[in-house]
Design a protein around this ligand. Structure first.
Ligand SMILES: [Zn+2]
Length: 238
């Protein structure tokens, strides 16, 4: 085979190898996994933020209720002192203070119940927060592992790409610029394998027999001979 056409076939093979690596780099499964993990991480962070907000609200409400409770209790103490001091002689006034004491006591009981409920709720939220933190840690560990794997793969493929590129430059040096330009123009149109070998007078691209004219040109060592059926650039196989 013509050495220049041989070099062109080599260039084509190297281009196909590089295209394959580039396509694999685009569609790496680990990239999808990283995306999914990042979304999960975001979701958990969102949940954690909600739980933290819930704990803050709970804490504020609980503080306010405790103040109310202290206030009710101190008022109750004052009234009780008054009640047992014997200074209240008037039965109507006495009954009023007793009723006031009773309602303060009820108020304090209700506040205590609510404070207890808030404490239970806070414990529950704290347990959920702990669980989410654990999940977040797991997701982050997995994410780190995936990122490291992606990094290793990308570095390895970049090395391979550099090597293939080096081989291509070496091979293309022996191809006439016009022939290389023709190949690259056809390649740029996305026509896939654009240079094919002819064996037994048959085009390796479309399997159709060449006309005697085309075959004659090839046998005379002609370059830039195209298949009349599929349009591919032809070279004679050894
Ligand atoms: Zn053909």
């Amino acid at each position: 085979m013509d050495a220049q056409m041989k070099a062109l076939l080599e260039v084509q093979q190297l281009d196909m190898d590089m295209a394959k690596i580039e396509s694999m780099m685009r569609d790496l499964p680990v990239k999808r996994l990283i995306l999914a993990l990042k979304m999960r991480e975001k979701e958990i962070r969102q949940l954690l933020a909600e739980k933290e907000e819930c704990l803050r609200t709970n804490e504020l409400r609980s503080r306010r209720l405790n103040l109310d409770l202290a206030e009710s209790r101190s008022q109750l103490e004052l009234l009780k002192k008054k009640l047992y001091s014997g200074e209240l002689k008037n039965p109507k006034e006495l009954a009023q203070v007793e009723s006031r004491c009773e309602s303060l006591k009820q108020r304090a009981d209700a506040l205590e119940d609510e404070i207890l409920n808030l404490m239970l709720q806070a414990e529950e939220v704290a347990a959920e927060t702990k669980e989410h933190r654990g999940q977040l840690e797991e997701v982050q560990d997995e994410l780190q592992g995936c990122l490291a794997e992606l990094d290793r793969t990308v570095k390895r493929w970049r090395r391979e790409m550099r090597e293939l590129q080096r081989l291509r430059e070496k091979a293309q040096a022996s191809i006439p610029p016009s022939l290389l330009a023709t190949y690259e123009r056809m390649q740029a149109k996305g026509q896939g394998r654009v240079v094919v070998e002819v064996r037994n007078g048959i085009c390796g691209g479309c399997s159709v027999g060449l006309s005697p004219t085309q075959l004659g040109k090839l046998r005379k060592g002609g370059q830039g001979v195209f298949c009349e059926h599929c349009g591919r650039l032809l070279c004679l196989a050894d």
